[in-house]
Every structure is written in structure tokens, then in C-alpha cells.
Design a protein around this ligand. Structure first.
Ligand SMILES: Nc1nc2c(c(=O)[nH]1)N[C@H]1C(S)=C(S)[C@@H](COP(=O)(O)O)O[C@H]1N2
Ligand SMILES: [Mo]
Length: 562
């Protein structure tokens, strides 16, 4: 009832200098959401940096290789467990992690900022602003170091990052002072503390609402302005010479017109289903017009080569290629086949006047990826190519526009996309994944997969019912000479092989199994052209690529006549 001015409960001093750090965490999180959508909008409209993707790359490169690979392995395992498509789901997960990292940072900085204001008892807006500047400087440094998405000028990019994070800090400080003000407001006797709580709740709802509105508008606009990066018109592609199946030694083992069992994957992967693996949260965006390939090191003279000069200046070759990721588990979906068009690397080396003493090409890519190519392979194997087209079209942005390299018999990790520089050197170095403890050579392991036990295609011949079984076998450029199937504890039996599209693709196989009802386990194994059998003992994907036998179970109902 008493409401004396001296009562400390009802009229606190004008500045209490105490707002709980928890409120700082909450406000920091709340205010970073519109910042993130504004970053996305400015990225889409003006090519300004989308900070979370740079942060993702920064954190990723800080992590020890083992932790990183464990993370990727777990993610791929979870995605496969839920039967999701690895390509898009993994990218979405990475992008979500990227945004999550920035949100967590903002929450922590918000909490620390409020703690600091409580302690140093200075104007909250100023202190908040200083925290924002510090946050902004840190983010600007990361952006300057990584630059995953920005196409705007570096000065504009860094200025923008600094400004928007400073604004975030000022807003954080402003919210503190508002909170303080509500606490300092003189209250009447009948509504004392409750009125303050109600006021504060109202304030939280207001800033929450404002923040949510901005976030939704920003997200909507940036989805609307999302640039459609279509590279298909960047240049004309002619296919030139086709490299096919050159080996005749074991051609007798192939059947040209073998009909694959229903359910066998398509021999040529539709381009938009080709698997996709790379290190950034978003593929680098390269402008084909201004692009220059830098050729440096042990060459006659350093070169900056226009894309059209490459595409129009050399007779292209085209070959069917099966590409596999070293992270592809037994029976996994990180393996695909399409046509690659490009220029034999050997021809380019001649044209560029590469010093015969050069041993390696150090390849640098726009996303910070790098790898060393052994020139003894490039000098002798004409299939090594600087590729600019897949499936008769300029490379899609996500598959490495404008240039990537092809090296037969190696997993994808040895074959950079988005190539920006080729430096000819004497000394070998460890590439991006080799530094993270993956295989130095990354030679493809022989592998085979059962795609289907085609229960619905059972047919009768001479009184026996047969079940078509089918799949692929792959061994990089080593070819496949035999595939064998084993049912339950039976003998290994030879499958039929379809003539492959080239020496560097998978081979489709088919086996017609004499039906018996019940539940069965089918196993498959293969041999390469040199007669080397696939390794049957299980090994994980790291460090040398998975080995082991793929198996599939199927329950076959008895055949009901009539
Ligand atoms: N610049 C760059 N090149 C890269 C990678 C990358 O992250 N960055 N990933 C490599 C890996 S691990 C694989 S498996 C293949 C995948 O190529 P794709 O995504 O076009 O199928 O690209 C390789 N080249
Ligand atoms: Mo890979």
C-alpha cells in the first residue's frame, strides 16, 4: 500500500545496470535472424558475402581431419538411413550448420555483451555497438580469408559486413537500455512489479515480432531474387573425337546388346541426378566472360587464358566417364556416369611449353580446394583432360563450371572442379583431402553392386523359372572382366556383362537365377581386366576407399499358378 519515493523496491535508481545475460543471449539470437536474411538478400541482389558460408568453411578448415571426416561420414550415414538423396540433403545440412554457427556466435556474444554492460556500467548502446564492431571485424576477416559467395568488390563486401554487424550490436545495446528503462520506470502502488514484468513481456513480444517480420520479408525477397545460375549458354560445345572401349583383349566377355534386369540403374546417369560432393556450403560462382585460367610455374611464360580461347582453340575429345567419391560406401550412391568433353592435358602442356623437368601440376580451385596431378600420368595417358562440358553442355555451376580435370582411375578427391590456376612444379604436395589423412593416390578400388532382384520379372524357360538380378561393377580405368553371384551358401556363378560405354565406366551385369521360393541373400564380386579380384574383406571408406562384398536380401513368394 505504501508507495514512498525512498522505497528501493518501487523506485529503483534510474539505471540498475543489471540485465540478465540470458536476456542478452535471447536478444542476440533474435536480432541475428533478420541480419542473416538481409545478408542472403544482399548476396542474391548485389553479390555481397553471405557470411555463414564463409564461417562454415573457416570452421571446417580449423577442424582436425579426423573430426571432419567423422562428421561427414556420420552425416552421409544419417542421410542414407533416412533414404534421402545425399547430394541435396548434405548441402542443405551444411547450409543449416553454417547458419546455425552464426546464430550460436550471436547468442554467445549477446550474453557476453550484457554481462559486460552490467560490469562496466557504461552506456549500453555504445558498449553493444562496440561488441557489434568486434563481431563485424571477426566476420569480415573470415570473409576476406574465405570468400565463398561474394562477387562484389572486396571493399564493398567488408564494409557491408562491418556495417550490418555493428547495427546488430547497436540494436543489442538498445534493447538492453530499453529493458533498463522499463525497470527504472516509477510504478504506482497497485501495479508495482507486475506492471514491469508485463511491460517487459510486451517489449520482448514487440522486438520478437519486429525481428520475425524482418526475417520473413528478407527470406521471402531473397528467395524471390535467388539468381538462377544457368551456365548452359556460356559457350558452344562440340564433342569432337570420342574415346570408347579401346581394350580388345577381353572383349569376348562382353555382350553388346545385353538387356539389363528391370531395376538396374541407368547406364548413363541423368545429368541432374549425378552425385555431387564438394567442400563449400555453396558452389563458387564464376563469370565465364571475365574468367581467366592462370598457368604458372615451369612454363615458357605465365599465361592468363580466356575460356573461349580454350574451348575454341583445341580439338575436343569426349569420353564416357564413371566418377566415384572415395566416400562412397559399398553399394552407395556417390557414383555416376556421364560424358565428359575437354582437351587432352598433354596437348595443353605442349601448347603451354611446359618444362620437361616439371613433375606435378598444382591445381588451385575457386573454393580453396587444391590437388597435385602427377605429370607422368598426364604425359602418357591421353584420357587425362581439362574438361569443360558434361553431357554435351558447359559444366553446371555445381559440377565445376568452367573447368575441371579428369584423371582416370582416381577417386573424385583427386580431380578439382572450378579450376582457377595450374602451376607446374617439381615437388609434390598434399592436396586438400590428403592433408586430412585421405589416400595420397586415391586409386579406385574394384567394387560391384546388386541394384535389383527383379521379382516381378520372373519368367519360365524349359520348365524352370528364372529371376533376373542386375547391377554394376566398377574399377576405375582397370576394366571389369568378370562378375560373380552367390546365393546363400551356394557356389559363385558367373554373370553376363554388357559391353561398357568406355574403358573408364562401370559395367552393367545381369544374372538370371533359377528361382526357389523363400528368403535369400545374394552377393556379388568382380574382377578387373588384369584378373585381380575385388577385395572381399570390409574396409571403411577412409583412407583408401571402401572394400567389401555387397549383398542384398530378397524374399521370393512361391509361384502360384493360374
Ligand atoms: N574445387 C573442388 N573440386 C572438387 C571437390 C571440391 O570440394 N572442390 N570435391 C572433389 C570430390 S571429393 C569429388 S567426389 C568430386 C565430385 O564431383 P561432382 O560433385 O561434380 O560429382 O569433385 C572433386 N573436386
Ligand atoms: Mo569425393
Amino acid at each position: 500500500m505504501e508507495n514512498t519515493p525512498s522505497s528501493p523496491q518501487n523506485t529503483p535508481p534510474l539505471q540498475t545496470w543489471h540485465v540478465h545475460s540470458g536476456i542478452g543471449i535471447f536478444v542476440g539470437t533474435l536480432f541475428i535472424l533478420p541480419v542473416i536474411t538481409l545478408l542472403a538478400l544482399a548476396d542474391n541482389l548485389l553479390g555481397l558475402p553471405f557470411v555463414p558460408f564463409d564461417v562454415f568453411s573457416f570452421v571446417r578448415d580449423l577442424l582436425p581431419g579426423a573430426v571432419l571426416t567423422f562428421g561427414i561420414d556420420s552425416m552421409v550415414a544419417v542421410i542414407r538411413l533416412f533414404g534421402l538423396d545425399t547430394d541435396t540433403t548434405a548441402k542443405l545440412a551444411e547450409q543449416a550448420m553454417a547458419v546455425g554457427m552464426v546464430i550460436i556466435m550471436a547468442a554467445l556474444i549477446g550474453g557476453v555483451a550484457y554481462f559486460a554492460i552490467n560490469r562496466i556500467k557504461r552506456d549500453a548502446v555504445t558498449v553493444g555497438g562496440l561488441f557489434g564492431v568486434a563481431f563485424g571485424v571477426a566476420m569480415a576477416l573470415i570473409v576476406a580469408g574465405k570468400n565463398i559467395t561474394a562477387t562484389a568488390s572486396p571493399v564493398a563486401s567488408l564494409f557491408w559486413v562491418l556495417v550490418i554487424f555493428t547495427l546488430w550490436g547497436l540494436a543489442l545495446g538498445w534493447a538492453y537500455s530499453q529493458w533498463q528503462l522499463i525497470g527504472a520506470r516509477p510504478m504506482t502502488s497497485d501495479d508495482d512489479g507486475n506492471a514491469q514484468s508485463a511491460e517487459r513481456r510486451k517489449f520482448l513480444v514487440q522486438i520478437g515480432g519486429a525481428s520475425a517480420t524482418l526475417t520473413v520479408i528478407g527470406a521471402g525477397l531473397s528467395a524471390f531474387f535467388q539468381p538462377e545460375v544457368d551456365t548452359s549458354d556460356a559457350f558452344e560445345v562440340s564433342t569432337g573425337t570420342k574415346l570408347g572401349t579401346t581394350s580388345t583383349a577381353s572383349e569376348s566377355v562382353y555382350i553388346a546388346d545385353l538387356q539389363p534386369a528391370t531395376g538396374t540403374r541407368p547406364e548413363i546417369t541423368p545429368l541432374d541426378e549425378h552425385y555431387r560432393i564438394d567442400i563449400s556450403a555453396r558452389p563458387p560462382l564464376i563469370d565465364g566472360e571475365t574468367y581467366r585460367l592462370r598457368v604458372t610455374g615451369m612454363v615458357k611464360e605465365p599465361l592468363d587464358i580466356k575460356l573461349t580461347d580454350l574451348v575454341d582453340g583445341y580439338e575436343p575429345v569426349t569420353q564416357y566417364v564413371t566418377l566415384s567419391c572415395i566416400s562412397n560406401g559399398i553399394g552407395g550412391d556417390l557414383i555416376s556416369t556421364t560424358t565428359w568433353t575437354g582437351i587432352p592435358f598433354r596437348i595443353l602442356m605442349e601448347a603451354w611449353g611446359v618444362n620437361p623437368l616439371a613433375q606435378y601440376a598444382k591445381i588451385t580451385a575457386a573454393d580453396g580446394f587444391d590437388e597435385w596431378v602427377d605429370l607422368s600420368i598426364a604425359r602418357t595417358d591421353e584420357r587425362v583432360m581439362l574438361a569443360y562440358a558434361w553431357d554435351g553442355q558447359p559444366l553446371k555451376q555445381k559440377h565445376g563450371f568452367p573447368l575441371r580435370i579428369y584423371i582416370p582411375d582416381r577417386y573424385g578427391m583427386k580431380q578439382p572442379k572450378w579450376i582457377t590456376e595450374i602451376e607446374f612444379v617439381r615437388e609434390w604436395g598434399e592436396g586438400y583431402w590428403v592433408r586430412r589423412n585421405w589416400s595420397e593416390q586415391a586409386l579406385v578400388q574394384i567394387t560391384s553392386v546388386i541394384d535389383t532382384v527383379s521379382k516381378d520379372d520372373i519368367y519360365a524357360q524349359d520348365g524352370t523359372y528364372y529371376v533376373p538380378i542386375g547391377g554394376i561393377a566398377y574399377s576405375g580405368a582397370k576394366g571389369i572382366s568378370a562378375v560373380e553371384i552367390k546365393v546363400n551358401d551356394g557356389e559363385w556363378m558367373p554373370a553376363q556383362l554388357k559391353t561398357p560405354l568406355s574403358d573408364t565406366t562401370w559395367v552393367l551385369w545381369r544374372f538370371d537365377w533359377a528361382f526357389t521360393p523363400g528368403q535369400h541373400t545374394f552377393r556379388v564380386r568382380a574382377k578387373d581386366r588384369a584378373g585381380k579380384p575385388q577385395i572381399e574383406t570390409n574396409a571403411p571408406v577412409r583412407p583408401d576407399g571402401a572394400t567389401g562384398i555387397h549383398s542384398r536380401r530378397a524374399t521370393l513368394d512361391d509361384i502360384t499358378e493360374g
